[in-house]
Design a protein around this ligand. Structure first.
Ligand code: HEM
Length: 177
């Protein structure tokens, strides 16, 4: 995914190869270690970038939507204050009780998905779909942005209405189909 991951991996490898400990490896061990390090750093970079940008963008959109919708902002504040009350420290288990805040996050991700086309996919074999012949190795993009604003599925799709998720079983981790 990220080409720069490979370069960073090589950099980590070069630094490590200058150390004394490096000489305990045989030359095939060194080659294996190099491959492993480059792959590891590449995936770690993907995770870091993929996890931080999506989360910060969602947070910024959530704040922007709450500022545009003062009544919704008040409800979210009440939800947080109800759970936190006079506690000085908010713990992870407290967040699970903030049901309205959860709806706010879901509605933010629906209306402002940080990855609107998800991740690119590729067909592994040719397939016929709705009368179309799709050859093997075709790039596939899922337009989540359009699905999440489809007026056939959502009422008032262009509006920020967190309450629509109040009795919904849809959860964050994508385990709901
Ligand atoms: C608001 C926060 C986040 C959103 C909206 C989000 C969204 C997404 C989306 C849409 C995909 C593509 C799914 C697909 O095409 O099937 C994805 C994949 C992925 N995300 Fe996130 N993500 C978020 C946070 C994170 C965090 C915090 C991490 C890691 C610390 C993370 C790690 C990953 C990884 C590793 C994949 C690839 C999974 C795979 O290849 O099957 N994401 N994410």
């Amino acid at each position: 995914m990220l080409k720069s991951g490979g370069r960073r991996g090589k950099y980590v490898y070069l630094n490590f190869s200058a150390s004394k400990e490096f000489n305990v490896f045989s030359s095939s061990g060194k080659r294996k270690l190099k491959r492993w390090l480059i792959t590891y750093v590449k995936h770690a970079t993907d995770m870091y970038v993929g996890g931080s940008d999506t989360s910060s963008t969602t947070l910024e959109w959530a704040m922007a939507e709450l500022l545009r919708n003062p009544a919704t902002m008040r409800k979210a504040q009440e939800d947080v204050r109800r759970v936190v009350d006079k506690k000085s420290k908010v713990e992870e288990k407290d967040v699970g009780q903030m049901k309205y805040l959860e709806c706010v996050v879901k509605e933010t991700i629906r209306l402002r998905p940080p990855a609107p086309l998800l991740l690119p996919r590729e067909t592994i074999s040719s397939v016929k779909l709705w009368g179309y012949d799709i050859p093997r190795k075709t790039s596939v993009y899922i337009n989540a942005w359009a699905i999440q604003r489809d007026p056939k599925i959502w009422e008032r799709p262009e509006e920020f209405v967190p309450v629509r998720f109040e009795s919904s079983k849809v959860e964050f981790k994508g385990q709901y189909f």
